[in-house]
Ligand binder design. Structure first.
Ligand code: NAD
Length: 293
């Protein structure tokens, strides 16, 4: 019989991921501190829990998808938290993007109680979460991953076993730094092109067929031209991921440049009150710097 799965944190990313786990046939219990976030999943057949603790009581595998390290550490490690409530043999999987130090604190605490823990940050955005095409970067015991694989497979086909806990969130931070820098380069080029009088779709078509293209370019028709800035992926979360990258760089004494530049733009967007909008909204900051309306 399929193991029962619990899902805690069903926001922009967790919601479609939980939906796909449910569709695959796993009985599911969900909890989010924002009750409205669960509505579609309850309609699709998930059971509602009144607390995270209730999710643990009803599940064999529990997945979490929360904003950042403080949320994850509080949920797992505080008295009465997931680690304390979990039964020996259970598997806890955190899908959030956090500091590598967070899973490194959780795993030994879980192990001491006979509970398995994996970190499994994901990439591919909300569209990838809906389409079940995410990349999943698993840090932790590969044997536990094999037990959890059928559930993780519901999120996407590319499941990578990348090393001990901490390694998953390290590679995730590297990916997001690269994605953010590509995206900023695209937006700066785009704003300059428009100010120079080029047609926006000409910029897109030419660069797509040339050497400057990247996945970020696809935002030109989907977000930049229609000026669709609802998340998606919030500025505040991208800022957090760049902070993670910079923290790892400082710990390892790796002098880095591009992540600092990229973070300056997220900071400017935060200062402008745009933190809850999609990270594409940084376009507005670049336009302001170029004195463009
Ligand atoms: P979000 O803010 O849309 O969702 C987070 C959800 O967690 C919210 O619904 C919130 O109510 C809930 N929550 C927070 N604390 C909780 C708690 N203690 N108990 C229960 N529910 C709680 O954020 P998101 O975009 O879904 O991102 C979640 C994580 O996934 C972040 O770490 C983010 O960096 C990562 N991520 C996001 C994307 C994306 O495109 N949005 C892509 C890859 C990775």
């Amino acid at each position: 019989m399929a193991p029962s799965v619990g899902f805690i944190g069903v926001g922009n990313m967790g919601n479609p991921m939980a939906g796909n786990v449910l569709k695959t046939g796993f009985p599911m219990t969900v909890f989010d501190k924002n009750p409205g976030a669960m509505a579609n999943l309850l309609q699709a057949g998930a059971q509602k829990a009144a607390s995270a603790q209730e999710v643990v009581e009803r599940s064999e595998i529990v997945m979490t998808c929360l904003p950042a390290s403080p949320d994850v550490e509080a949920l797992y490690l505080e008295p009465g938290g997931l680690v304390e409530r979990a039964r020996p043999g259970m598997i806890l999987i955190d899908l959030s993007s956090v500091l590598p130090s967070t899973p490194r604190k959780i795993e030994p605490a879980a192990k001491a109680r006979g509970v398995h823990f994996l970190e499994a940050p994901v990439s591919g955005g909300v569209s990838g979460a809906r389409a079940a095409t995410l990349a999943v970067m698993v840090g932790g015991d590969p044997q536990v991953l094999e037990r959890a694989r059928p559930v993780l497979r519901a999120l996407g086909p590319n499941i990578f076993s990348v090393g001990p806990v901490g390694a998953g969130n390290t590679v995730k931070a590297i990916n997001n730094m690269m994605a953010c820098v590509n995206s900023l380069a695209m937006m700066e080029g785009y704003v300059l092109g428009v100010k120079a009088g080029l047609d926006p779709m000409t910029i897109y078509d030419v660069v797509k067929a040339s050497s400057g293209g990247s996945k970020a370019l696809e935002r030109i028709p989907t977000a930049i031209i229609p000026r669709k800035f609802e998340p998606g992926f919030k500025v505040q979360l991208m800022n957090k991921d760049l902070e993670t990258f910079n923290t790892i760089a400082k710990d390892l004494h790796v002098p880095v440049s591009f992540s600092n530049v990229a973070q300056r733009y997220q900071q400017a967007a935060l200062a402008a009150g745009l933190g809850d909008q999609d990270t594409s909204v940084v376009l507005k900051i670049i336009e302001r710097l170029a004195a463009m309306d």
